[in-house]
Design a protein around this ligand. Sequence first.
Ligand code: ZN
Length: 141
Amino acid sequence: MTAGTDPYAVLGVDPSASQEALRAAFRAAVLRLHPDKAGPGEAAAAAYAATQAAWETLGDPACRAAHDASRGLAAGRRHVQVQVQLRAAEMGSEEYGGEACLVYPCRCGDLFLLPLSDLGAPGELVLVPCSSCSLFAQVQT
Ligand SMILES: [Zn+2]
């Protein structure tokens, strides 16, 4: 996905939309933009690819939460409790939903997931939500 592309805008949904609403928007966009329906053409193919890329970010709740947190979208939704402060180099690396993510264990037993595409500039602080509980890790990239 191109840096700066807002996957919510691509799918035409509000960042506060439920996971079910996101899925419905993705399905509708795929039906509308599928090459079998939209016909040939670079614009149609690009729109279809952008929709798929947006879904890769937002379709997995953990990666969506990490995306939201890295853009400050989650800040207004709940009180942020930082459990751990760490550097990106201290995190492990695994793949989730087709996207490479930095991972770090949360004390609840689940993981903090930071998609590599959401890593900011060196020295930047990124808040990463736990996949299960309300804790955050503050990661220095
Ligand atoms: Zn947790």
